[in-house]
Design a binder for this molecule. Structure first.
Ligand code: SF4
Length: 473
């Protein structure tokens, strides 16, 4: 995932605004956070491992002066959790200074490495973002817009970017539009500022700043901020949206909007569709908190079964799915969730969650509910089974760790210990969203990868090493 923010606000301290926007995107990455700021002369970067509140605190922010900033919170899908891999990536190149915040995953890093003078030994970290930053900083030609227009068509995979030099800020989406990026208008507050512009992964990042949503950055588009006539749009490729459908199902905040859809409402409707597709006889419907909530409400409304909270979540523990190791994930569940015994005891419960990835978390949840006295547990998942790994920036792991890739639904049910298990169909997801299928990437459900994945990248994630190449649309 990762969250990115960009702020261009003459007369204001942009680092503080960007950090505030990043707070609203903390759910997108909890491993590291950072900001790059420019006063028009100099770019400064501050970043570290940790949550946004730990890294960008009130002692640090006042020293980051300037009217233009980009910010990033990281959830690693390539490269390990070390300082060198935190973002924004920064490069003082032979031709220019560049800072980059990236949400996504590139699939042709080997090819891109060949374009970098000096190759791999010029990089300190191990991320695709550092490579891209080094390419931009060292490319021939003076103007960064020209460099972006020449370089980006060679970059394949998922990238929503905020890029900055001393003078301008750029918001960019790859031609496939995998990852979201929105543009907002920041109204002026005092006599000394003239308002400004904000880029953010989600509309929630605009809301927190009081910025008004203007539009999505289009696939294949660069939005240039910092020029006298306001934002300028530059196309570097023909683009067609393949927004990651998981953003709508699970990742993004429920108060965010994507493709004109409010995500709470889309998820509630997924729950309604699930109740129609996979009804259950039960005494109550409960969510796995917090992300299963809207779908559980929809399931309850459509089925007529009362909605209850059956578990409470410790808000101060990170999301299980984005902690880096399996051992931590397994340990994390009991710290995070505890059952409300009075609600559950002797009841037949429908438990609504938004995904089963490895199955280990779900198994522990079912065990918790059994120990709390649940009589029957009917598990309903408001997304289809995940059969295929993601190469575009979501940590859905290698294929052999995806439980649905190797086991039937009945085997999964038996493994997690539920009385019944059902998933929402792809048709049900689309019906709930109310948009055509070709607007989205569904590859982890159907294996139809919008950007072909080279063998060496695919082999790392598939069990079958002989798999020649993935997807060829
Ligand atoms: S493969 Fe799955 S998780 Fe990855 S971008 Fe496509 S829909 Fe999203």
């Amino acid at each position: 995932m990762c969250g990115i923010v960009g702020v261009h606000a003459p007369g204001q301290e942009a680092a503080g605004l960007a950090a505030l926007g990043l707070f609203a995107l903390q759910h997108r990455g909890q491993e590291s956070a950072g900001v790059a700021v420019s006063d028009g002369d100099q770019v400064m970067v501050y970043k570290d491992l940790g949550m946004v509140s730990q890294v960008l605190d009130e002692r640090r922010l006042p020293s980051l002066r300037g009217h233009m900033a980009i910010a990033h919170c990281r959830y690693s899908t390539t490269g390990s959790t070390v300082w060198e891999n935190s973002q924004p990536a920064f490069r003082l190149g032979p031709r220019r200074v560049v800072a980059v915040g990236h949400n996504g995953n590139l699939v042709n890093t080997r090819e891109l490495l060949e374009l970098l003078p000096g190759g791999r030994r010029r990089l300190r970290g191990s991320t695709d973002t550092e490579l891209l930053t080094a390419l931009l900083a060292s490319a021939e030609g003076g103007d960064l817009v020209d460099v972006l227009v020449r370089t980006l068509p060679r970059v394949r995979g998922a990238y929503a970017l905020v890029v900055m030099d001393e003078h301008r800020l750029f918001g960019i989406r790859d031609p496939w539009g995998f990852r979201p990026l929105v543009l907002g208008w920041l109204p002026h507050e005092g006599l000394d500022d003239a308002g400004g512009w904000v880029l953010a992964s989600e509309t929630a990042g605009l809301d927190v700043l009081g910025a008004a949503y203007v539009r999505d950055v289009d696939p294949g588009e660069i939005v240039v901020l910092g020029e006298p006539d306001g934002p300028r749009s530059v196309r570097f490729a023909e683009g067609r949206e393949h927004l990651c459908v998981f953003e709508l199902i699970y990742f993004a905040r429920p108060d965010s909007y994507m493709l004109g859809r409010n995500l709470y409402e889309a998820r509630r409707r997924m729950g309604e569709a699930l109740a129609r597709e996979a009804p259950a006889v039960a005494d109550l419907v409960m969510p796995v908190p917090d992300t299963g909530g809207p779908a559980a409400v929809g399931f309850a409304e459509a089925s007529g079964i009362p909605y209850r909270e059956g578990m409470v979540r410790n808000r101060y523990v990170g999301r299980t799915f984005i902690q880096p190791s399996q051992a931590l994930r397994q340990r994390g569940v009991n710290v995070k969730l505890s059952p409300l015994r009075e609600q559950i005891r002797d009841r037949r419960v429908v438990v609504v969650d938004d995904s089963i990835v490895r199955g280990t978390t779900t198994k522990q949840i079912v065990l918790l509910l059994r120990q709390a006295g649940a009589r029957e547990i009917h598990l309903r998942i408001s997304a289809p089974p995940i059969y295929h790994p993601c190469f575009y920036g979501i940590d859905t792991q290698i294929e052999r760790e995806l439980i649905a890739a190797r086991h039937s639904i009945e085997e999964i049910r038996a493994y997690v210990g539920a009385d019944s298990l059902a998933y929402l169909s792809i048709g049900g997801v689309l019906e709930a969203i109310g948009l055509p299928r070709d607007r989205f990437c569904f590859a982890c459900f159907d294996g139809d990868y919008p950007v072909p994945v080279p063998y060496d990248v695919a082999a790392r994630k598939f069990i079958l090493e002989e798999t020649p190449a993935v997807g060829a649309r």
